[in-house]
Design a protein around this ligand. Structure first.
Ligand code: URA
Length: 191
């Protein structure tokens, strides 16, 4: 089913290089990022390179291995811009790009059917909630019920680790939230 969905996405985006989800398709925990970057597109895998290092830290704190969880992104393509000199750099996905990608993501969530959905930053939070006015500041660091296409899940929203680079005071909050996620997973036997 998942392969058929990925084929559908591939057809939709035509010749755009895409990075699909990766990991344990029976996972209890689904981790959702924003979009692949340069390294991810080069290797065809989400959260590698610098983001992969952040992921290792995340896994260590919650006591799981990469193979235990499923990892995907809202956008399967790399949103990018090209400067006049021809330099390619990342840019945030537009509202319209997110809305289109969210349609596919919600189907993907139903196919993995995890117990817990962990979102990193505003983009996956908004895509999962179907609410563009939702803000990570109001949601982070706590387990909350969410319905996706009529199915019940637990949502645990975290700041995106990359946002710490632009806002260093967030580091403490991110670490506290991650500790709370680890406690939640252990206490509820949701690993
Ligand atoms: N790499 C990903 O695959 N997703 C992100 O959100 C960031 C880096």
């Amino acid at each position: 089913m998942l392969d058929r969905l990925y084929h559908e996405i591939d057809t939709f985006y035509e010749d755009t290089p895409l990075v699909f989800g990766d990991g344990n398709r029976q996972a209890k925990l689904l981790l959702i990022g924003e979009a692949p970057g340069k390294d991810e597109v080069a290797l065809g895998r989400p959260f590698v390179g610098k983001a992969g290092k952040n992921l290792d830290g995340f896994l260590q704190v919650i006591g799981l291995a990469r193979e235990d969880i499923y990892i995907t992104n809202v956008c399967k393509f790399r949103p990018h811009k090209i400067s006049e000199k021809g330099r390619v750099s990342n840019r945030p996905p537009t509202k319209q790009e997110i809305a289109i990608a969210a349609d596919f993501l919600l189907k993907e969530i139903g196919m993995i059917a995890p117990q817990t959905i962990v979102t990193l930053g505003n983009t996956p939070l908004r895509a999962v909630l179907g609410d563009f006015s939702a803000n990570i500041g109001a949601y982070h660091g706590q387990a909350q019920p969410v319905h996706v296409k009529g199915q019940a899940y637990t949502l645990f929203a975290l700041y995106h680790p990359a946002s710490i680079i632009y806002n260093p005071p967030l580091k403490t909050t991110y670490e506290q939230d991650l500790g709370r996620l680890a406690d939640y997973l252990s206490n509820t036997n949701k690993k």
